[in-house]
Design a protein around this ligand. Structure first.
Ligand code: GDP
Length: 453
């Protein structure tokens, strides 16, 4: 960990960034970068951009650009760092990296900067994981939640709970160590109160993962309906652009099309399906089979019915496939004379939206209904939603142990019974903050990161 690492942190645009961290970071960048003002980069003020020229490993001019140094300990990794902000071509970035490698710097591994930040106590593990969430965020809301977590929204509340439990356990240890002294019953009452409060907070946090995951990954959604019901038109209207082929010939939407649509605060991962109908065409049948498989695994079904036609056999199939799912019935083509008997739909669906996918009438109601059906009304994304499976599992484990400790305290069991379970909860919470996490878990977490972060 004492060596100096470098990686391209931004590329593909007009400007590229190379970041360097470690004891040799400032020296190595100074060796390849000459400030225009004539004074060495190594003497430049921390966090101030310096204009100058960048050389390749043979000392030939490579770019005219900026460099900046960051002096430890007030840096991302806690080590000395430097960055080169040069032109973003692969040629420039590769040659600049090569020049640094010639000065004793090595290529950084995936997530190595953030891993160093964690190991140098610049951030806890949940904050480091939030960095990854922020980089991969697909919606503004997911980014906001991740940003709040990166600033400690999860880490600090977990830390607080952990500290309180540690304080309680210390008290109990004192009793265990002096068994002859009488136990003050108030101690058990206080412990029970703390454990009760902590248990419910932990369960609440663990349960928020269901919504947190939706926030991070989006919701799979399948549009079901017989051919010509208007599925592709609906998808296009959702997307606000033409993507699926819309035709009058039944069964043209043969393959599955997946699209991301932002509805309210969430991302719908919509699959348009081949028409659901009995067919002998093998290609079409394959599409239908896949549509069925998708439907049973999906979170939300939009069941589209052609309101201008009486309900048919194929519609019955759609009804059957939608049963038991979170589903919204879309009664489409309301701009045409209506033939469909709505009573049948009312029996199964809590919500029926009258829509003309063609004119867009009814679309607003559908759009407002979708988040509510998923259980996602307007929410502030302040980091309160757990978005990370590892953290959710550790929270659930901590909650169980806390509950067991509560039971022990309430039943007036021996102090060490309370202590044993409370320590289990403390250890589980330490996995979130990173205090009691194993090396292999840390390695796995950071290997998911991209290089340069
Ligand atoms: P799919 O087979 O379910 O994907 O149906 P399409 O989206 O391809 O639509 C089939 C036909 O119905 C096309 O000619 C559409 O223009 C038409 N259509 C779709 N929605 C409406 C609607 O709300 N009103 C009317 N009048 N026609 C529609």
């Amino acid at each position: 960990m004492n060596d100096t690492i470098a990686a391209v942190a931004a590329s593909g645009g007009p400007i590229g960034i190379i970041r360097v961290s470690g004891a040799q970071a400032i020296g190595a960048v100074s060796a390849v970068f000459s400030p225009k003002n004539g004074s060495p980069l190594a003497e430049a003020a921390s966090q101030k951009l310096v204009y100058g020229t960048l050389s390749d490993k043979n000392g030939h001019l490579l770019d005219a650009c900026y460099a900046v140094v960051f002096r430890a300990p007030h840096t991302y990794t806690g080590e000395d760092m430097a960055e080169i902000q040069c032109h973003g071509s692969t040629a420039v970035l590769t040659a600049a990296l090569d020049a640094l490698f010639a000065h004793g710097v090595r290529q950084a591994e995936a997530g190595e900067f953030t891993r160093r930040a964690f190991l140098n106590d610049k951030m806890g593990l949940s904050e480091a994981e939030a960095v990854h969430d922020l980089i991969t965020a697909r919606t503004v809301e997911a980014a906001q939640n991740a940003a709040a977590q990166m600033m400690g929204a999860v880490g600090s509340s977990v830390q607080q709970m952990r500290d309180k439990l540690l304080g309680m356990v210390a008290h109990f240890h004192a009793i265990v160590d002096f068994p002859d002294e009488d136990i003050d019953p108030i101690l058990f009452d206080d412990a029970a109160a703390l454990l009760h409060q902590t248990t419910s907070q932990l369960y609440r946090m663990a349960e928020s993962y269901e919504r947190g995951r939706i926030l991070r990954e989006g919701v799979p959604c399948v549009i079901l309906g017989r051919p010509n019901a208007g599925k592709s038109t609906l998808l296009n209207t959702l997307l606000g652009r033409e993507r699926a082929i819309v035709t009058d010939i039944p069964g043209t939407t043969r393959d599955l099309i997946e699209e991301n649509v932002k509805v309210g605060q969430i991302l719908l991962r919509v699959t348009d399906t081949a028409g659901l109908r009995d067919t002998t065409d093998p290609v079409e049948q394959a599409g239908i089979d896949r549509a069925m498989a998708e439907a049973s695994a999906s979170a939300l079904i939009l069941a589209v019915f052609d309101g201008s036609k009486a309900i048919g056999e194929e519609d019955m199939l759609v009804l059957a496939r939608s049963a038991g799912h979170r589903a919204i019935a879309v009664l489409n083509k309301t701009d045409l004379p209506q033939q469909l008997d709505e009573e049948l739909l009312k029996k199964q669906f809590a919500h029926i939206v009258h829509l003309s996918a063609k004119t867009g009438e009814g679309m607003d109601r559908l759009l407002s209904l979708i988040p509510r059906t998923i259980g996602f009304g307007e929410t502030a994304f302040d980091g309160a939603l757990i978005t990370n499976a590892r953290q959710a599992a550790a929270l659930a484990r901590a909650a169980e142990r806390c509950e067991a400790a509560l039971y022990a305290a309430q039943c007036g069991m021996t102090p060490d019974a309370v202590v044993m379970d409370a320590e289990g909860a403390i250890a589980a919470l330490g996995e979130i903050t990173g205090e009691t996490v194993t090396e292999s878990v840390v390695t796995r977490i950071f290997s998911d990161f991209c290089v340069g972060k």
